[in-house]
Structures are given as C-alpha cells and as structure tokens.
Unconditional design. Structure first.
Ligand SMILES: C[S@@+](CC[C@H](N)C(=O)[O-])C[C@H]1O[C@@H](n2cnc3c(N)ncnc32)[C@H](O)[C@@H]1O
Length: 196
C-alpha cells in the first residue's frame, strides 16, 4: 500500500477531531441544491463526515481507498443507507452518466493525478449534473506566495498539495465553475459548483 493511503490509515482515528469543517460542508451541500431521488457520489469520502449532513431521500455511493477511513465511515453510511466501497477516485468503477451530483471534498489536492480525478467525476456525471468542490487550491493570478510555495513540499508529503490549479484542471476535464466562493483560512479553502 502506498504512502498516500497509509498516512490516512494512520490519521483515521483522529481525523474527525481535526477536520470537521462542518459549516463549509453544509455550504457546499446547500449549493448543490439536491433533490429527493437524486443519485450522489462522494468520491474520497474519508470518515464520511458529509454523510449525516446530506438531506434525506437520496441514493448515495461513497468511495475511498483507505481501509482505516472507510472503517470510520461505516456507521455513518449505515445510518443513511449509503453504499460504501473501496475504490480509486482516479479510476471509478461506475458506468458513465451515473450520478446527478459528485462531491469532491478535500480529495483533488490529495490524489497523485488531480486531472484524472476530475475527469472521472465528469465522466460519471449525468447530463445536467454538478460537481461540488471543497478544497484548497490556487488558480492565480501569478504564482502562489513564497510561504505557500516553501511549505508545499512538507504539506504535500504529510497531507495535501496547497497549490493545485484545480479550476484550470477542472476546465481541462470539461467542468466549469458556475459559482465559486472563499470558505476557510482566508480563502485558502474554497467552494465551487462545477458543471459540464
Ligand atoms: C483529506 S481526506 C478527505 C476525506 C473527506 N472527503 C472529507 O471531506 O473529510 C482525503 C481522503 O482521500 C482518500 N484518498 C486518497 N487517495 C485516494 C484515491 N486515489 N482514491 C480514493 N480516495 C483516496 C484518503 O484515504 C482520505 O480519506
């Protein structure tokens, strides 16, 4: 198992204490404007912190590659009837056009190939669907500040890339931001609604 997954097995028992970020998850879910009966995918679901915040009446799939994180997510998934699977967000084992909404919360900046992760989200999206992004990313203008560049190697090793140009990559994957707003840490974390 590679370090990208091993580290989350190690973090899993403590994750919820560090990364609740509940108001921002709620805001992303609000912007998704989910309708009863819609099919939803949470890609890289972690411990399932989004699951109890989703409205009732949805059909939910949630996937992750870390057994430790999935074990934490299991009780939350059981409570809302979500299907939990071990799956790579960069190679989703779902047919194209399966979901009305895909949540990419704190995952794109973590995977080795963010563009492929976004392409997969776009592929499994139904016509008229949307992708909800909540993450840290940097799309300019210019280069990230020196401190952000200097800290990035350590952050990337331990947790996450700070400077992924996610909106540019999303556009390359055919997903365009129809709404974007700052969320946390003076806008380092942002929320975007992406549509094909
Ligand atoms: C920062 S956590 C975010 C978890 C959750 N989305 C949240 O908002 O709390 C990143 C998650 O991505 C998972 N992950 C890393 N690489 C992955 C991959 N290639 N496919 C699926 N999940 C992956 C990790 O196991 C971890 O649970």
């Amino acid at each position: 198992m590679n370090w990208a997954i091993t580290r989350y097995n190690l973090y899993a028992p403590h994750y919820d204490r560090w990364i609740a970020l509940t108001p921002h998850r709620r805001r992303s879910i609000e912007l998704a404007r989910l309708q009863p009966g819609e099919r939803v995918l949470i890609s890289g679901c972690g411990t399932g912190l989004d699951l109890p915040l989703l409205p009732p009446g949805l059909s939910i799939d949630a996937v992750d590659l870390s057994p430790g994180m999935l074990a934490q997510a299991a009780p939350r998934a059981a409570r809302c009837g979500a299907r939990l699977q071990t799956m790579n967000a960069q190679h989703l084992d779902f047919p194209s056009a399966s979901f009305d909404c895909v949540f990419l919360h704190l995952i794109v900046a973590i995977v080795p190939d963010p563009l492929q992760c976004l392409r997969e989200a776009a592929r499994v999206l139904k016509l008229g669907g949307r992708v909800m992004l909540f993450d840290k990313y940097y799309d300019g203008p210019g280069r990230p500040r020196l401190v952000r560049r200097a800290l990035n190697p350590l952050f990337r090793f331990l947790v996450t890339d700070l400077n992924t140009p996610t909106l540019r990559l999303a556009a390359e994957a055919g997903l365009h931001a129809v709404h974007e707003e700052p969320a946390f840490l003076r806008g380092m974390f942002r929320i975007a609604r992406l549509e094909p």
